[in-house]
Design a protein around this ligand. Structure first.
Ligand code: AVJ
Length: 328
């Protein structure tokens, strides 16, 4: 008889300590403005999360695969250095990135609690169950909330927390926002805690361009899905046929800039806002920046937030970085 009982996975809410604008507020300040923009977090409704998952399987989108290989090759060294008793992952998604680290923990006989931190409880519970099946020793204790809404209520129990922010998502922040966010992380960390930051690096612009313009059109669908989110959440009537995905690498800013371009004049109603907005041919909404770092820039940014660099792991092939950082 199988006597192993999976313990229940219970999500613990993390209350915000900072006021974050609602979708309505972001639309009013970002879309009803001359310089049209929306925060990339609105991509990730159920369908958008699925599309992002598909992007990661597209041949042109290298970051997920490269980071995964880098995690695999550096996991033992990271675990040996940190000896974590808790692993907290910001933006854990489907908890795919954590597997190599947990394998290394098994091998080296450290048994940390895994604490995914994301917005969707069901996804964290489902992914947590899958992980607990693979790693029989593993306790999963998810935190549910928005990590951009302040970290003041983040429970930082434990002696040796390994805080992870992977995937290159730090690149979605502007320089100023990025340093502020890293500073917030720095401030909740103790002297024996460590941060593991994954970030994409500057490379051949053609490779960067291709990664955000996959031939299968999955990135385009992901970008344009934002219009469906607005249609559903704000009762808008965007007609997708009037809009187009447009992403390019801006080498003077070292960043991908992703837009939704209006190709035909359209007036869009927002029922929930009781307002409408005219889009003209050639109008563009900036939906995401994805910054690419030099090795030096990345380390400088961490130092600016107060950290010292403990280790810097680099991929072979396309440049990508994992940086292990701590309080000085
Ligand atoms: C997961 C946010 C790092 O910026 O490359 C992928 C999101 N956008 N394709 C990135 C994304 C378009 C991705 N991040």
């Amino acid at each position: 008889m199988d006597t192993h009982v999976l313990s229940e996975i219970i999500c613990c809410p993390v209350d915000p300590t900072k006021l974050v604008p609602s979708l309505t507020e972001d639309v009013l300040s970002g879309l009803f403005a001359a310089n049209k923009r929306l925060p990339p977090k609105y991509f990730y409704d159920d369908h958008g999360s699925e599309l992002f998952d598909q992007i990661c399987d597209e041949p042109e989108y290298y970051p997920t695969r490269i980071e995964d290989a880098l995690l695999e090759s550096s996991a033992r060294d990271i675990v040996a250095r940190v000896k974590p008793d808790r692993i907290i992952e910001f933006g854990s998604g489907m908890s795919r990135k954590i597997r190599h680290l947990l394998s290394a923990c098994s091998e080296l006989e450290y048994y940390p609690t895994y604490i995914p931190f994301d917005v969707c409880d069901e996804v964290m519970i489902k992914s947590g169950r899958d992980l607990a099946e693979k790693f029989a020793w593993l306790d999963v204790a998810p935190l549910s909330g928005d990590y951009t809404a302040g970290l003041g209520n983040l429970p930082m129990k434990g002696e040796r927390n390994l805080v992870m922010f992977l995937g290159g998502t730090i690149g979605n922040f502007t320089e100023e926002q990025g340093v502020m966010f890293l500073t917030e992380i720095f401030e909740v960390m103790g002297p024996t805690d460590r941060l593991l930051l994954g970030a994409d690096r500057v490379k051949d612009p053609n490779i960067l361009h291709a990664a955000y313009n996959d031939v299968a059109g999955v990135t385009a669908a992901f970008n344009l899905n934002l219009l469906e989110v607005l249609n559903r959440e704000l009762g808008a009537n965007f007609d997708r046929a009037n809009f187009q995905h447009y992403a390019f690498y801006n080498p003077t800013k070292n960043q991908i800039e992703m837009h939704i371009m209006c190709m035909h004049d359209q007036e869009v109603r927002f029922d929930v806002l009781r307002r409408s907005l005219r889009f003209k041919e050639g109008d563009a909404i900036c939906t995401e920046i994805s910054r690419k770092f030099t090795r030096k820039k990345l380390e400088d940014m961490l130092r600016q937030a107060g950290f010292k660099i403990c280790a810097h792991y680099e991929s072979h092939g396309h440049p990508f970085s994992l940086v292990l950082a701590a309080q000085p």
